[in-house]
Design a protein around this ligand. Structure first.
Ligand code: DQA
Length: 152
């Protein structure tokens, strides 16, 4: 049996992603957030890494969650900041402050949509960005994390 690893990944979902499945399936697909999280948990379990998933519609709650990493660190973050991608310097600054490497994920291809979605406050800080591959984007990000995180 694989030895339990001390590696932990935090998956952060921003506003309105709790409505996945119902919400504009043409952009976001038909998977619910619950099923995406369950698949990520299975993938993490198979690799013997820890995973926590967290969704909030509230910018401050997401920022406070990131602040907890200052005293309870994780190895990697996967974040879909949703609409905060295009608006939130504060969320960007929180990620920058805790210095945890992260991948930015978007279900839809933000560059194929309205021009206000073309700018992200996160991409230049991210290890990488996955946009437009639907729920598969989270699995690919987790695959990267599993294969590349090393605890300092
Ligand atoms: C999104 C894209 C954002 O522009 C949008 O505001 C979202 C979801 C995506 O996953 O494609 O809420 O981040």
């Amino acid at each position: 049996m694989a030895q339990p690893s001390s590696k932990t990944v935090l998956v952060l979902h921003g506003p309105n992603l709790n409505l996945l499945g119902l919400r504009e399936p043409n952009h976001y697909g038909s998977d619910t957030l619950e099923s995406i999280n369950a698949q990520l948990k299975q993938q993490a379990d198979a690799a013997s890494i820890g995973i926590e998933t967290f969704q909030s519609n509230d910018e401050a709650v997401l920022i406070e969650k990131i602040h907890t990493l200052a005293h309870t660190p994780v190895d990697f973050i996967i974040i879909n900041p949703a609409a905060f991608t295009h608006t939130s310097v504060a969320l960007r600054d929180a990620l920058s402050a805790v210095k945890v490497p992260f991948i930015e994920v978007h279900l839809s291809n933000i560059y194929a949509r309205e021009s206000f979605r073309h700018h992200s406050y996160f991409s230049d800080l991210a290890v990488g960005v996955i946009s437009g591959l639907g729920a598969r984007g989270y699995a690919l990000a987790l695959d990267y994390a599993i294969n590349n995180i090393t605890r300092a």
